[in-house]
Design a protein around this ligand. Structure first.
Ligand code: SAM
Ligand code: SF4
Length: 328
């Protein structure tokens, strides 16, 4: 192994979030409300060979988990090949994906067979009409069948992401809790994050996760002890429930102290943070296997510039127009 990726605040990076496309077929109100529009001319998304070189360099520097994201990553025709390529890398123990779930029903087994170990599916509402309203797509039942297909394919747990949205899904906590009573689902409520393209949506719909946390604690849910490699979610369990609840509250003080992740965008830019001001181009060093040393040196150099916090709580949104652009 080359040197473990570490920043000046002694945070170690075991986890790579790898975006493989910006394109998406949904129109979530908080992400791509008008659907995907290409952001000017570009040289195309990273090829399978380029992705391979990214993952090899990261795995040689201590990365053990890769999450494939986007845009909607499953829109790529070579998605299964991407999974298989990452799973075949020495040192990578977890190959995860985040998806809107629209292809899960058809492909869960194929992806599992290719080496996918973890799935996160986004489901913002259990009410089909509200799901349609939030995502712009009338695909609630298809996504639900997809989650069933993931269990049938052998995934022991599925994580479900729901963005907390005041006046939209905020009354659904009882329904969500009921849903995970007998299902091994970790339901993760994510606080809405303000991005560059967002206008009044944030003021209208941001809801703090504290109200959910208070409800859970008052109803016998217990916060699980965190593992050293755990991400920023607070996870709660309950003896009467098979499922768990995760709370992701990026506006909370100290949210960044447990940061263990780096991001590479679909255009080959390294991002130190979802809310950074710039990305560092890696693509010129992804053209030949012999460039790995130079690639690692560029990443290590950039790690010294990683800031201690995203400063979101001070209204800083960085350059990110929406999360589909660098992989949420
Ligand atoms: N298309 C896939 C999906 O939706 O699962 C993967 C990419 S999406 C950008 C990743 C996650 O980011 C989703 O769970 C989505 O709900 C979440 N997300 C997107 N924009 C967000 C925002 N402004 N605040 C909080 N979460 C957001
Ligand atoms: Fe697409 Fe995911 Fe963004 Fe929704 S959150 S628009 S599914 S990339």
């Amino acid at each position: 192994m080359s040197v473990q990726f570490e920043d000046s605040f002694h945070r170690k990076f075991y986890y790579l979030r790898l975006s493989i496309t910006d394109v998406c077929n949904f129109r979530c109100t908080y992400c791509l409300p008008e659907g995907y529009k290409p952001a000017g001319k570009n040289s195309g998304f990273l090829t399978l060979d380029e992705l391979h070189r990214v993952v090899t360099a990261f795995s040689h520097c201590g990365t053990s988990k890769v999450r494939i994201t986007g845009g909607e990553p499953t829109l790529r025709r070579d998605f299964t090949d991407v999974v298989a390529m990452i799973a075949a890398q020495d040192g990578i123990k977890k190959v995860a994906m985040t998806t809107n779930g629209y292809r899960l029903e058809k492909n869960a087994q194929q992806w599992r067979d290719a080496g996918l170990t973890n799935i996160n599916v986004s489901v913002d509402s259990l009410d089909p009409r509200m799901f349609h309203q939030i995502t712009g797509e009338n695909k609630f039942h298809q996504v639900m069948r997809g989650i069933d297909a993931a269990f049938d394919a052998g995934f022991e747990q599925v994580k479900v992401n729901a963005v907390l949205l005041k006046n939209l899904n905020s009354g659904e906590l009882p329904a969500f809790l009921n849903w995970i009573k007998d299902r091994p689902i970790q339901l993760r409520f994510i606080e809405l994050m303000q991005t560059g393209d967002m206008d009044s949506l944030f003021e209208q719909h941001h809801q703090s996760g504290v109200s959910v946390r208070n409800h859970l604690i008052a109803n016998g849910w217990i916060m699980k002890v965190r593992d050293q490699n755990d991400g920023p979610a607070e996870v709660f369990c309950h003896p009467d429930y098979q499922g768990e609840i995760g709370l992701i509250m990026p506006y909370k003080k100290d949210f960044c102290s447990s940061c263990n992740r780096l991001r590479v965008s679909a255009l080959g830019k390294l991002h130190m943070c979802l809310f950074g001001d710039y990305g560092v181009d890696l693509r010129d060093l992804l053209q030949d296997n012999a460039q790995e040393e130079a690639l690692v040196a560029r990443i290590q150099g950039e790690l010294l510039n990683k800031k201690q916090s995203h400063f979101l709580d001070q209204g800083h949104t960085g350059m990110t127009p929406h999360l589909a652009s660098i992989g949420g």
